[in-house]
Write a protein that binds this ligand. Structure first.
Ligand code: ACO
Ligand code: HSE
Length: 408
């Protein structure tokens, strides 16, 4: 942990110049597959408007079998993207779920056809606030209606229709991805043979909304935000977005992991400097997380995706009774939670488990002892891999799928 001190509000951030911003914008052009639905097939939004055209950028891995019964939809988290198992053209980093997806891995590309799409409201090729508003011919900015988790899932259903798939063998994802899984199972039970929400819940809590609001205010307080019209000015609210990520990142870790990674260790120095530089490793680490984030994510998209999570409350959509969302479902659930996740603690997952039990659903609950906090689902957690591997293998048998997706 001895990377050089990086001043979130200091000189190294300021070195990121105009050219880099332009490169970033270019990188956001969809480089994956994408489908665009026109005015004849608009996306109906919870905000009460229709969105068209609407583009959905996605990646696929593995082979779709002849009867299209081996498809798995992977839903990404807040700032994730469609590059779950392929190198991101924006960061040059390997797929964010390479540990989970691949030949012989729990989400086995030798058996399944895996689809991962960028959410609507995002910034990696799907329609979002940086997309061109057909009316003004300018980027939408805040003219894009607020997007909800239900909207994201409705857009994914359009993509699944487009691919000619009636039923998904599985829908899985973590955090905001897990919210989408829960919404998929509630809205389209007959289309989900299995569902695996990880480190997620059926609502955003008051504390979670509070942290998101801190982040949004940091972005909107940055003078470079320009009321959301920063792209017209060829700039981005880097400082505000960086601070938003720093605050959010703390919530993705646990007290134990922060302590064991960094403790009170100083960053490349023998003694405190009696300044406000990044004396502590944790300060340097957070500044690094903030700075690298602004190179890969759009500030307005951050407003939209955080809002989507805040608005999610599945019980409220069913007279306050979560079980009603799942009545008579045939979907088989595996709910995964981590003991040190304080963003979506196991108690939130248990509410979903109890509702599923009350609805008579088939559900297993895997509570994993981990010190990695919320982001454990992105990391090396053998117990999580074993649980998902076992669950999918048993569901595979119950479904009657052939051993390999290439057969059929
Ligand atoms: C879920 C989706 O759909 S995808 C979106 C998820 N992706 C992200 O959230 C990306 C940002 N988040 C992270 O990096 C998360 O911490 C994780 C969980 C994904 C990765 O966790 P880990 O592998 O444990 O990495 P860790 O948290 O230690 O961070 C490593 C980075 O911090 C840097 N770092 C570590 N210590 C320090 C320090 N003292 N000072 C400055 N930088 C430091 C490392 O150099 C490394 O930088 P790099 O990522 O630019 O190479
Ligand atoms: N760290 C992940 C999960 C947050 O919920 C992300 O940024 O998407």
């Amino acid at each position: 942990m001895t990377k050089g001190s990086s001043g979130q509000n200091g000189s190294s951030q300021d070195q990121v110049d105009h050219a880099q911003d332009v490169a970033l914008k270019q990188a956001r052009e969809p480089s994956s597959q994408s489908v665009t639905f026109g005015a004849d097939k608009p996306l109906h939004l919870d905000a009460g408007l229709d969105l068209s055209p609407v583009t959905i950028a996605y990646e696929t891995y593995g082979t779709l079998n002849e009867d299209k019964s081996n498809a798995i939809l992977v839903c990404h988290a807040l700032t994730g993207d469609q590059y779950a198992n392929s190198t991101s053209p924006v960061t040059g980093k390997p797929g964010w779920w390479n540990r989970m997806i691949g030949p012989g891995k729990p989400v086995d590309t030798d058996k399944y056809f895996i689809i991962c799409s960028n959410v609507v409201g995002g910034c990696n090729g799907s329609t979002g606030p940086a997309s061109i508003n057909p009316n003004s011919k300018q980027p939408y900015g805040l003219e894009l209606p607020v997007i909800t988790i239900r909207d994201m899932v409705r857009a994914q259903a359009m993509l699944i229709d487009h691919l000619g798939i009636d039923q998904l063998f599985c829908v899985l994802g973590g955090s905001m991805g897990g919210m989408q899984v829960i919404q998929w199972a509630a809205a389209y039970p007959e289309r989900c043979f299995t569902a695996i929400p990880i480190a997620a819940g059926a609502r955003h809590t008051s504390q979670n909304i509070a942290f998101h609001e801190v982040g949004r205010q940091a972005i909107m307080a940055d003078p470079e935000w320009h009321g959301g019209r920063y792209l017209d000015q060829d700039t981005t609210p880097r400082k505000g977005l960086g601070v938003a990520r720093m605050a959010a990142h703390v919530t993705y870790m646990s007290e134990r992991s922060l302590q064991s990674k960094f403790g009170r260790n100083l960053q490349n120095r023998e003694a405190k400097t009696f300044t406000f530089d990044a004396d502590f490793q944790i300060e340097s680490y957070l500044r690094h997380q903030g700075m690298t984030f602004v190179d890969r994510f759009d500030a307005n998209s951050y407003l939209y995706v955080t809002r989507a999570m805040d608005y999610y409350d599945l019980a409220a959509d069913h007279d306050g009774q979560l079980a009603k969302a799942f009545m008579n479902t045939q979907t088989r659930f595996c709910i995964v939670a981590f003991t040190t996740d304080w963003l979506f603690p196991p108690a939130e997952s248990r509410l979903v488990v109890h509702a599923l039990n009350a609805a008579g659903a088939s559900v297993s609950f895997v509570e994993i002892e981990s010190d990695k906090g919320h982001d454990a689902f992105l990391l090396d957690e053998p117990e999580m891999f074993d649980a998902i591997d076992g669950f999918l293998k048993s569901a595979h048998k119950a479904h009657g799928l052939p051993a390999s997706g290439k057969e059929a």
